[in-house]
Design a binder for this molecule. Sequence first.
Ligand SMILES: [Zn+2]
Length: 449
Amino acid sequence: MPRAFADLVLRGGPVHTMAGGDPATALAVRNSRVSRVGTDAHVRDLTGPRTTVVDLNGRAVIPGINDAHLHATWLGLRWPHTLLGDSAGSQRSLQRSLRTDAERRAAILRAGDVLARLGITSYTEPGLGPGEDGGSTGAFGSSVVRQYRELAAEGLLRSRVTALWLYGEVDGPSAYADLARGLSTIDDNRMDPRHLSFTGVKIFADGIPPMRSAYLDDGYSDGGRGELLVDGKDDAERERHLTDMILAVHRAGLQVGVHATGDRAIEVVLDAVAMARAERDVDLRHYVIHGDLVTAAQLRRMARLGVGLAVQAGIAVRTAKAVEAVLAAGRAENAWPFQDILRAGVPLCLTSDAPVLAPDWRREIAAADEWLGAAADVRARVECLLRCYTVNPARQDGADSWKGTLAAGMAADLCVLSADPLALTAAELPEVEIDLTVLGGKIVYERLR
Ligand SMILES: [Zn+2]
């Protein structure tokens, strides 16, 4: 019987599988999956004449990064410019929209290149579809869906892509009728879901606190409380329509990702998910996006309902002053309660929302850690925040059975870092280099070549 040699072996450095188990220093890959994890001695007999061997020399292996909320096509259009904290200089020459299919295709490929360099092997495009067919950026409409499908069919995507359908406008209005029509027309495109998977629907419930457009229980400093973006003649009707939308998605067996920042908007979402699960108790990995003003009681409810949270610590840090300026006294102190989120056991995904922020997970983890303040032991904190970029987003993708950790049998999506992140503080993480990115056992980026 021919010996089953590995295609790729990495050895001689800490291998953080994020799956528990004994500390490991080596990992073998065969047929796009992790075939063995252990000590260097454990993989020696798998190293054959055609095996690619990477000597880590102390460098660390972690699972590939999964950014659970990243507008890649829009990022490809704007990069290196971002919306917040832009350090790339003048934006005067920046192209504002994607006009042709060729431009959209190029933007997706460009983003793939940027992400591979950052060790990112999976991301979620949160909202593509007919709702933005007339959109000004050209980065969210149905034509983008077609480009993704073509690139997936050609094997040219450099990340695994999860996508949500969009039947309303980005940061704008939506209507139940459009969503219902959309759900009835989803075509069953036979794509390998490991490369491109449409898992559900994105809904914009409300706006954002700094614009006074988050929907609150009780008010902004000027007495207003915002309102839902969903159509309706008054608050009660809008709440009912949002509830109906969430119920319709759940009944279709799909996931819903809801942009909701105000505490009242989040409450409506949780009430709807509770109703949906009472009707049909399946965990479709529904989640709240941003969740700026989520309360401690809502977090406990989310944990019970299996509702996840996709949050951007970098946005929290950058907009804290603007949020404080518009909210009633004392209210801003409780915004983005990372400590409570983790304590409640809500599946938390840290994300960049790129191109709002740069898709640099090292900086996002440092920002989240800063927001957490001094607590627990440094190593446990960094490990916990790394899970928010690996294990938890795989769960959000409904793909935790095959990706997100480096246990044997899992997809060989990983990156090699120039230093061991678990031997550093989160603040030191942005200095660490990404040396190698591997997607499904294939090297898609190599820094030193
Ligand atoms: Zn977004």
